[in-house]
Design a protein around this ligand. Structure first.
Ligand SMILES: C[S@@+](CC[C@H](N)C(=O)[O-])C[C@H]1O[C@@H](n2cnc3c(N)ncnc32)[C@H](O)[C@@H]1O
Length: 363
């Protein structure tokens, strides 16, 4: 088992994020034509650098080649203009690995002249950059994380398994948070600036992460956690506290603040230029279809699930437990998940379901 042990920061990614999440890079690579088209459409500005942000970048490894391409393209359009790349995440992020990836000798950014790279630990729920300064804001697979957990779900670990008032609480929070994100970006963007956002969501067929065909991933997470409760390994409070603070918007929910003239984001000048949904197949399942080795599949697949869930599982465990006890429970949980996949691999996998958007700031 992967023994990465991120501390209980609510939603921090486990160490070695980009190594464990090959699929996330495929998702970003697919956004490149959209990023290129957005840069091509930007107004040619003078007297200030071209500014790009990557919000929720984690260790920067999954977006690095896209960012290098985008900056190269901005340079080719305006060779005399400086470049300023701002990597953003929250305070608990692994900034050391990020720094190694983007400033290291092997970084494709290090060879670009007059290219200035900075890191910001400002949440995307706040204004990150000065008003009117941002040319291209990018974000992938990050904005489904809510600013707060609006409720504990009594019988599931994720809002896709919630119902009634609990689901309504997540929907309200998701709608509020999406508008907050957009309004801050409306302030940051220069006139004519663009956002390229690649977010988890629910597509037109009701598909979402790990729930395209085969074994529904969030139900597996929940069934295992429930078995820990049934066996007396965790308490009822710990079971309920394991609620991921996420919301998956639909195309309509993502679009509404950008198409309805009564919405503050629309009034602030944001316009939806394009929106599409896309399923990116789980690379570990695809590889398994080729090699057929169930143990290898389970061993390679579980770290990608673990990279973004373990801090929430860890945080759900009572603070009265010793650190060793908590670590042992987390190890046992992912060990059981790995065993479940090894014993019956068919249907497991984490296909990504994303909603790709381009947004323009008018003005
Ligand atoms: C699944 S990773 C995505 C990393 C990378 N963008 C990619 O697509 O591979 C999600 C990232 O979003 C970050 N994140 C979550 N909430 C955030 C917030 N409010 N502000 C900034 N980053 C946030 C997490 O810390 C994590 O690094």
């Amino acid at each position: 088992m992967n023994r990465a042990t991120a501390e209980a920061d609510h939603i921090s990614m486990a160490g070695g994020y980009s190594l464990a999440t090959r699929g996330a890079k495929h998702v970003i690579d697919h956004a490149l034509p959209r990023v290129r088209a957005a840069i091509e459409a930007l107004p040619l500005a003078e007297g200030r650098p071209f500014v790009m942000s990557d919000m929720g970048t984690a260790d920067g490894g999954t977006s690095l080649s896209m960012v290098a391409d985008a900056l190269g393209m901005a340079r080719a359009r305006q060779p005399a203009r400086g470049l300023w790349m701002v990597y953003c995440d929250q305070q608990g992020n692994d900034y050391n690995t990020l720094a190694g990836n983007v400033y290291g000798e092997d970084s494709p950014l290090s060879g670009i002249a007059d290219c200035h790279v900075t890191m910001s630990a400002t949440s995307f729920y706040r204004q990150i950059l000065p008003a009117g300064s941002l040319d291209l804001g990018f974000s992938a697979t990050a904005m489904h994380w809510l600013s707060r957990k609006p409720a504990d779900i009594s019988d599931h670990v994720h809002m896709t398994g919630a119902s009634g008032l609990e689901l309504a609480a997540f929907r309200d929070q998701g709608h509020r948070d999406w508008r907050t994100i957009l309004l801050h970006r409306a302030t940051e963007l220069a006139p004519g600036g663009r956002l390229v956002l690649v977010n988890f969501g629910k597509d037109e067929e009701g598909r979402y992460l790990g729930n395209t065909e085969g074994v529904p991933m969030f139900d597996s997470f929940n069934a295992l956690w429930q078995s820990f409760l049934d066996e007396g390994q965790i308490t009822a409070d710990e079971y309920r506290a394991m609620t991921l603070p996420q919301y998956y918007n639909t195309v309509e929910e993502f679009s509404a603040p950008l198409t309805d003239p009564s919405e503050p984001a629309y009034q602030a000048g944001l316009r939806l230029e394009a929106i599409e949904t896309r399923v990116t197949p789980c690379p570990y399942r695809l590889a398994f279809e080729g090699h057929g080795d169930a143990s290898r599949f389970a061993r390679e697949y579980i770290p990608t699930l673990r990279s973004w869930t373990q801090s929430t599982f860890h945080g759900a465990l009572s603070p009265t437990r010793t650190a060793d006890e908590r670590r042992a429970l987390i190890e046992a949980y992912y060990y059981d998940y790995e065993r479940m996949v090894r014993q019956a691999p068919s249907g497991h996998g984490m296909d990504y379901v994303h909603i790709y958007m381009t947004v323009r700031k008018d003005g």
